[in-house]
Design a protein around this ligand. Structure first.
Ligand SMILES: C[S@@+](CC[C@H](N)C(=O)[O-])C[C@H]1O[C@@H](n2cnc3c(N)ncnc32)[C@H](O)[C@@H]1O
Length: 311
C-alpha cells in the first residue's frame, strides 16, 4: 500500500499494489478503485445512470430497514452477527450501514458507479465497513465471504445469470447468499408500457432531464398512493379492487422524495430484465446452492436465498 494522504484510520489517497498480478489500483477519496478494464458502452451508461441517482439521492431514510429486511427475508438481523458480508451493487450504502448495525464483523460494499462516493460518506464512521469500486463480474477478492447479498442489481447486468454465478463464487462453502430481482410475473404493464419509454427515451437522456421527466408521473403516483393505496392497507375490499395493490400499498406510506426517486430509478437504467421464477431457480441450481427458498415479494419481484454447498 502506498499512502499519500491519511485522515484518521482512513487512507484517502494512495495506491494498492498487487504483488501477484503486478497491478496497481488507486485509492481516490478513500475508495480503492478496482476497475481493471475500461468500461464498455453499456457499463458506462449503467454507471452514469446510477451514479447520478445515488449521488443526488444519497441520504439514508427511515424506510431503509423495513425494505431491506423484506428483500432479504427469511434472513433476519441475527443472521448478520459476526459474519463477513459482501453487498454486491451497494448503491448509496443504505444496506451496508444496516448490515454493520446488525452486528456483522466486516462489511464490504462494491459498486460499479460513483454511488461509491455516497456509500463511503454514509458509512465513513463505521470502522468495519469498507467501500470499493469494482464490477461484480470482476471482484478483486481472494477470501470468500460468509454472507453475500445483492439487492436490485442482478437484473441490471448485461447477462444476469452470469452476475449471479460470479457473486456466488465469492461465498464460502456453507455460507449464505441472498438476492432480490424484478419479477416477470406481475410486471406485464411495466414491460409493455414503461419499458419501451425507459429503453428508447429516458435512459438515453442526461440524468437531469430524466429527473425533470420523472416529476409528473411521481406527482400522479404520489396522489394515487395517498388517496387510494394508503387507505387500502386497512380495507381489504378496497385493496382487492385496486391494480398492483400489494406493491403500491407497500410503498404508500413513503415520502414524496422516496416515491420520486423510485420513479426515476425505473426510468433511468439502460439495462433492466424481468425474471421468471424458473429463471431465478435456475441460477440457484446452477450455482449448486442448497436449501433454496425463492419467494414472491409484493406480487412483482423475487427474493431468493440459500446456502453454498459444503463440498
Ligand atoms: C438499483 S441500484 C441498487 C443499489 C442498492 N443495492 C440498493 O438497493 O440501495 C443498482 C446498483 O447496482 C450497481 N451496478 C450495476 N451494475 C454493476 C456491476 N456490474 N457491478 C457492480 N455494481 C453494479 C449500480 O451502480 C447501482 O448502484
Amino acid at each position: 500500500m502506498l499512502t499519500e494522504k491519511v485522515e484518521g484510520a482512513e487512507v484517502m489517497e494512495g495506491s494498492l499494489v498487487c504483488p501477484n498480478c503486478a497491478s496497481t489500483f488507486p485509492v481516490i477519496r478513500g475508495i480503492p478503485r478496482f476497475l481493471r478494464q475500461a468500461l464498455n458502452a453499456e457499463q458506462k451508461a449503467t454507471a452514469a445512470a446510477f451514479g447520478y441517482e445515488w449521488t443526488h439521492y444519497s441520504q439514508l431514510t427511515e424506510a431503509d430497514r423495513g425494505e431491506f429486511l423484506a428483500w432479504i427475508s427469511p434472513l433476519t438481523p441475527a443472521d448478520f452477527k459476526d459474519e463477513v458480508v459482501l453487498d454486491a451493487g451497494c448503491g448509496k450504502g443504505r444496506h451496508i450501514y444496516l448490515a454493520a448495525q446488525f452486528g456483522a464483523r466486516t462489511v464490504v460494499g462494491v459498486d460499479l458507479s460513483d454511488a461509491v462516493e455516497a456509500a463511503f460518506r454514509n458509512t465513513r464512521d463505521l470502522p468495519n465497513v469498507h467501500v470499493i469500486q469494482a464490477d461484480i463480474l470482476d471482484l478483486p477478492f481472494h477470501n470468500p465471504f460468509s454472507l453475500a447479498y445483492s439487492i436490485g442489481v442482478i437484473h441490471h447486468l448485461p447477462v444476469p445469470k452470469q452476475g449471479f454465478l460470479a457473486l456466488s463464487s465469492h461465498v464460502r462453502p456453507g455460507g449464505r447468499i441472498s438476492t432480490w430481482v424484478y419479477g416477470k410475473e406481475g410486471n406485464r404493464w411495466i414491460e409493455q408500457f414503461v419499458d419501451p419509454v425507459r429503453k428508447n427515451v429516458t435512459s438515453r437522456l442526461p440524468g437531469v432531464i430524466t429527473r425533470c421527466l420523472s416529476f409528473p408521473p411521481a406527482v400522479l403516483l404520489y396522489a394515487g398512493l395517498k388517496l387510494l393505496y394508503a387507505p387500502a392497507r386497512t380495507r381489504p375490499a378496497l385493496k382487492n379492487s385496486l391494480p398492483y395493490a400489494d406493491y403500491l400499498c407497500s410503498i404508500s406510506e413513503y415520502t414524496f422524495a422516496e416515491n420520486f426517486w423510485n420513479v426515476f430509478d425505473q426510468l433511468v437504467a439502460p439495462t433492466a430484465y424481468y425474471h421468471s421464477r424458473e429463471e431465478v431457480t435456475d441460477w440457484f441450481n446452477t450455482a449448486g446452492i442448497q436449501q433454496v427458498k425463492i419467494e414472491r415479494h409484493n406480487g412483482n419481484s423475487w427474493r431468493g436465498t440459500g446456502l453454498m454447498p459444503l463440498a
